[in-house]
Design a protein around this ligand. Structure first.
Ligand code: MG
Length: 169
């Protein structure tokens, strides 16, 4: 199923060749939150992720987060992203395209100029592909910490991940 297949695989957000993405004309980077930038339902991302995101913004990328999570009870996460000027779309209902479209409108870029980077096939990759974005699947930060629903999806995901091509983006 082509629509479930990411354009690239990477070990983590730190293992992506962002210059290659820039070379492809990608100008907006949309990240998933839980298990991509930080642990599921946990506090804000660590200093390494902060440095990465600040570096990408400094490079000229527009950066946003699109999450299916709720902002309630996560004030540290909200202020983390406010502090570095990264908009967060909460309760995005991925794989539906609403959240992605909001980011594209916000940044004034076309779908072909945006990449979606996340750890789940049935939300991040499927949603990104449906919206016409360049999709990159990363390994979940901590696969034992997530919702029962996500764990069910992981069973199906194994099939997709098994067919991974070469590492990188
Ligand atoms: Mg996730």
């Amino acid at each position: 199923m082509r629509i479930l297949r990411p354009r690239g695989f990477a070990l983590s957000v730190h293992h992506i060749d962002y210059e290659a993405l820039w070379g492809r004309g990608i100008r907006a980077l949309i990240f998933d939150l839980d298990n991509t930038l930080c642990l599921w339902r946990a506090g804000p991302p660590d200093a390494g992720v902060r440095g990465l995101l600040e570096g990408l913004i400094g490079r000229g990328f527009r950066v946003a987060v699109v999450s299916n999570g709720r902002l309630s009870r996560r004030p540290e996460v909200v202020s983390f992203f406010e502090g570095i000027g990264v908009p967060v779309i909460w309760r995005a209902r991925k794989p539906f395209p609403f959240g992605f479209r909001r980011v594209l409108g916000l940044f004034g870029v076309r779908a072909g100029q945006a990449a979606m980077i996340g750890d789940q096939v049935f939300t991040d990759v499927l949603g990104g592909n449906l919206a016409g974005l360049y999709t990159i699947l990363v390994e979940p930060l901590e696969p034992t910490r997530e919702s029962p629903f996500t764990r069910f999806n992981r069973l199906l995901e194994r099939f997709i991940r098994r067919r991974r091509p070469a590492q990188g983006s």
